[in-house]
Design a protein around this ligand. Structure first.
Ligand code: F6R
Length: 607
């Protein structure tokens, strides 16, 4: 959570930092702040709320003309972990003498112990944050050498951090360091940058250094030095980011919200993922030998992608497979070894629960494949192999295009493994790929017919509860549809296996609860029809999402959402799109900011 942006050079640091923070706002938006150094003085400006709120506040700030002179500074956009959402808890934080300032993304696990020690030494604290402890430790160790005091401070910290530090006695550099939270240096001409992700840097430079765990970096206007935590020098490992990380994708253009733009990008993002992954997947699969068990792990939407994929791996590979929520996996007593393949799914590649699960499986010598959307993210770097989904950045907090690309990647991977293990023939492999190839065009037709979905959204917006039902491979889609609705509209929604409702959940059903049922042609069709009868007998308002509507059904149903035909195995990729739109329209009719739903952040870097 939290986004960091830093600048040192000759230009207006405030302007550059505010622009950078806008790109990082998806990482957290409950409070924002900047620290600027002008004439050996530190100026800290903070506000509750998102960047716009701080921007408006700065407009009336007495120091605005001075702030605009700053050529060095740091900014932060926060998703609260330690301490409530208050101005005091917002970053940048300062030491009690107000000589040093810090922005931080991560969590310091032992901050209470460290704080206690500092309190004994008469240090005082104004916030409830762990970050304020770090910066007071920097003061405690300062003897005129900022690098030295940061280096010593880090040796006391347990937990994760990406930090940027300014000091009013040392005005020609920004110190930064990283452990288990992302931090990237952007190399400019006579200026250098610091950010939590690539996209915030791309408007300024495509030359970047991805800091590694334990790195401490010094950013000067015309120079960068990186040292290991023991103080020894490191070579600068400069990456040039290619065009494939498309900058345009991060502009909203004609869409009101990124979420809608990202829903509409899906025909392209599915196609790009398909085209970019076919070869890469084959190369990885050739390296896999004697896999006896597969675990798919992820959180939230990514977990649901894994849940769909479980059915593909079962059918194509016949290798025993389980899917689990990453944060639950660690507690199980499992036999894990070098014949275990672990597939980690993560859009951000920074989700702490998924990263922790990956690290745990590495201690058991498991082989891992990360399905990630973020280049050089922690999960993609730490897994044995990585398959990148080609979505471009996903900014809307509710995951949409990443989900369908994850499904595309997983389908290709499961097919490839099926072919390698000779559980499917080359002909079947090609036929399934052909079906997948047609999905983007079919997705387009869904996106061209949204009026019916808007009508249903007008109904949903007045309800307190909604039930989503799906069976077999569309059960996870019911879960995902419910998750989408609740996270952006704040309407309670529950996903349930269609056949399971009669074992309890049906008690909820009456004429106040709409029930959306996924009815897909295939082996679940007939039984689902029976379940629909049961629901209707309870006077519920029924919405059917189907690729095979028959006339007798139409008469009985209140609302129908039609999707194009495909094979049952691929139906989840199409079925989820109307559910994303339904969540979007319901929430926007309720006037919610769907790109920044309350209490959420795009990248969840705490366990
Ligand atoms: C829901 C959503 C979350 C994420 C989850 C995992 O719309 O976005 O449930 O899917 O937090 O995030 P990643 O994929 O970044 O690991």
């Amino acid at each position: 959570m939290c986004g960091i942006f830093g600048y040192i050079g000759n230009s207006n640091a405030l302007k550059i930092i505010m622009n950078g923070l806008r790109k990082l706002e998806y990482r957290g938006y409950d409070s924002t702040g900047v620290a600027l150094l002008v004439n050996n003085k530190l100026y800290i400006k903070k506000s509750i709320g998102n960047i716009n709120t701080l921007n408006n506040k700065l407009h009336y700030d007495n120091h605005l003309s001075i702030l605009k002179q700053a050529n060095i500074g740091l900014g932060h956009t926060r998703w609260a972990t330690n301490g409530k959402v208050t101005v005091r808890n917002a970053h940048p934080q300062v030491d009690y003498t107000k000589s040093f300032s810090i922005v931080h993304n991560g969590i310091i696990e032992n901050y209470n112990d460290l704080k206690y020690t500092l309190l004994q030494k008469k240090y005082s604290f104004k916030s409830q944050t762990d970050t304020e402890v770090i910066i007071n430790l920097v003061l405690e160790h300062y003897n005129g050498d900022l690098f030295n005091s940061v280096q010593q401070t880090l040796s006391y910290l347990r937990g994760s951090y990406a930090i940027g530090i300014l000091c009013k006695y040392d005005t020609q550099r920004i110190l930064c360091a990283k452990k288990d939270s992302p931090l990237i240096i952007g190399i400019g001409n006579g200026e250098n940058f610091l950010a939590s992700d690539v996209y915030a840097l791309l408007p300024y430079t495509n030359k970047m250094i991805f800091l590694e765990n334990g790195d401490i970096a010094e950013l000067y206007k015309n120079n960068i030095k990186i040292k290991k935590q023991d103080g020894t020098d490191k070579e600068l490992n400069i990456c040039v980011i290619q065009d494939s990380v498309n900058i345009n994708l991060s502009n909203k253009t004609q869409y009101k919200y990124f979420m809608l733009k990202e829903i509409y990008e899906q025909p392209d993002t599915i196609k790009n993922t398909y085209e970019n992954l076919l070869n890469n997947t084959t190369q990885i699969i050739m390296k896999l030998n004697n896999i006896q068990k597969i675990y798919i792990l992820g959180c939230g939407t990514a977990y649901y992608a894994g849940y769909v994929a479980k059915f593909w791996f079962e059918q194509f590979t016949k290798i025993p497979i389980e899917v689990d929520i990453a944060s639950e996996f660690y507690y199980r007593s499992l036999i894990l070894n070098s014949n275990t393949l672990v597939i980690l799914i993560s859009q951000s590649g920074e989700t702490a629960d998924t990263l922790a699960a990956l690290r745990f499986t590495k201690t058991k010598q498991c082989i891992s494949i990360a399905i990630c959307n973020t280049f050089k993210s922690s999960i993609s770097c730490e897994a044995t192999y990585v398959l990148y989904t080609s979505c471009g950045i996903e900014i809307g907090v509710a995951s949409t295009k990443a989900f369908t690309s994850q499904l595309t990647a997983l389908f290709i991977l499961s097919l490839g493994l099926g072919l390698q293990t000779q559980q499917i023939t080359k002909q079947q492999y090609t036929q399934y790929l052909d079906e997948l190839y047609q999905i983007p065009d079919k997705a387009k037709t869904i996106l061209q017919n949204i009026e019916g979905i808007k009508k249903i959204a007008k109904v949903f917006m007045r309800k307190k509860n909604v039930l989503y039902l799906g069976r077999y491979i569309n059960y996870p889609i019911a879960l995902e549809g419910a998750l989408k609705l609740k996270e952006v509209s704040y309407i309670h929604a529950e996903g349930c296996a269609t056949g399971e409702i009669k074992h309890g959940t049906i008690a909820l059903i009456d004429n106040t609860i709409p029930v959306l049922v996924i009815l897909t042609k295939g082996k679940t069709y007939k039984k689902t029809l029976i379940n629909i009868e049961e629901i209707q007998a309870r006077q519920s308002l029924a919405v059917i999402l189907t690729n095979n509507i028959n006339t007798s059904l139409i008469k009985k149903i209140h609302y129908v959402i039609s999707v194009p035909q495909t094979i049952e195995l691929l139906s989840p990729i199409l079925n989820v799109i109307p559910l994303q739109l339904l969540a979007y329209f319901t929430a926007t009719f309720l006037k919610h900011n769907v790109d920044q739903p309350r209490n959420l952040a795009k990248s969840v870097t705490v366990e």
